[in-house]
Design a protein around this ligand. Structure first.
Ligand SMILES: C[S@@+](CC[C@H](N)C(=O)[O-])C[C@H]1O[C@@H](n2cnc3c(N)ncnc32)[C@H](O)[C@@H]1O
Length: 330
């Protein structure tokens, strides 16, 4: 499917490059709908302040551990036919929920990724909502939801930047851990955590200025339906941010073979390569959900420093920022 898009040729034909400010505008053109131009710029913001870095090595549990724990009572109930919930995926997270805040544990990669993704979110949301990125609390007054928040690794810095944060996750154990950890600090204790799904909040007609789903879409049952729910939760002209792993040969070699089998950063089986989305596929399904992707960045890992940074290289991990348009465009 990804080959349909022939991005590189199209980039060569139609990119407008602004080297001066380090931002490139690319036009991605899908064969399926020749009239449609996908337009987003690759993110670059070297000046964003780094946030607290995290951790080094880990000793993850083995796959058998993951598969032995599948307690439906830990997981959101009454999943409907259109639910994004994949019970097998949720069982994996339930099994290791106690380790969310162990920066040496299975969630070490998310702790390490946090400064870079927070930097992207801070920059893109500040640009979109016309906030001062140098302010200590640039998100003051913004309602943000962190969908699939896990233990709250991302929700907490969003609250520290002043946002009114709601964190939801389909695994009740995750929400309990997130609650306990957030209550350690009066600023993060304002986060509202709830064990539920995006689609259930859509039924309740909830809306947010910004909707964030970081490293979640690769674990849901129906990525297109999930994006429809993210869009429905976003106010018109609000922002939607999605980060995930590309379905590329490099991601197979690094995010799966190296991270799960060689370095053992993650429990084996954490990611199913065939469930991953390429950036072009994500742009397309977001577009169909009325979210126009405007900026995208890759994350690259430096094995010498153990840190992730933002890059134009979206071949493994990437993050997309989009805005909700009032009319659907197919
Ligand atoms: C890889 S973790 C990411 C956690 C968090 N977003 C972060 O990046 O720190 C994926 C999370 O998504 C949750 N999840 C998976 N499917 C979900 C769904 N359909 N609705 C809500 N949460 C879901 C899992 O329980 C898990 O906590």
């Amino acid at each position: 499917m990804a080959s349909k898009f022939r991005i590189n040729q199209l980039r060569a034909l139609s990119s407008t490059v602004f080297h001066g400010i380090g931002v490139r505008h690319y036009y991605l053109h899908a064969n399926r709908s020749p009239q449609t131009l996908y337009h987003f710029r690759h993110f670059s913001d070297a000046s964003s302040p780094p946030l607290s870095p995290a951790a080094s090595s880990s000793a993850p549990p083995q796959n058998a551990e993951l598969q032995s724990v599948n307690r439906p009572e830990d997981i959101v109930r009454n999943a409907s036919a259109t639910s994004s919930v994949n019970q097998f995926e949720l069982a994996k997270f339930s099994a290791i929920a106690d380790t969310w805040w162990d920066s040496e544990g299975p969630f070490k990669p998310l702790h390490a990724l946090n400064p870079a993704r927070v930097s992207f979110i801070r920059s893109t949301l500040c640009r979109h909502f016309r906030r001062d990125p140098c302010s200590i609390r640039p998100f003051e007054g913004l309602k943000i939801i962190d969908v699939g928040c896990g233990g709250g690794i991302l929700s907490e810095p969003l609250a520290r930047m002043g946002a009114t944060v709601t964190g939801i996750d389909a695994v009740d154990k995750n929400i309990k851990i997130a609650r306990v950890h957030a209550d350690l600090d009066p600023v993060t204790s304002t986060i509202e955590y709830c064990c539920t799904t995006a689609e259930k909040l859509v039924e309740q007609q909830k809306e947010f200025d910004a909707v964030i789903a970081s490293e979640v879409i690769e674990h849901v049952a129906d990525p297109s339906g999930f994006c429809q729910s993210l869009a429905a939760l976003t106010v018109p002209n609000g922002a939607t941010v999605v980060s995930t792993i590309n379905r590329s040969m490099r991601s197979f070699a690094t995010a799966i073979v190296a991270a799960e089998y060689i370095l053992r950063w993650l429990p084996r089986g954490t990611h199913q390569w065939s469930s991953l989305l390429t950036p072009e596929e994500l742009v397309l399904i977001l577009q169909r959900a009325s979210i126009s992707v405007e900026e995208m960045a890759g994350f690259v890992y430096n094995p010498l420093t153990g840190q992730w940074s933002l890059s134009d290289d979206t071949s493994v991990n990437y993050i997309a920022f989009g805005t909700k348009v009032s009319q659907k465009t197919d």
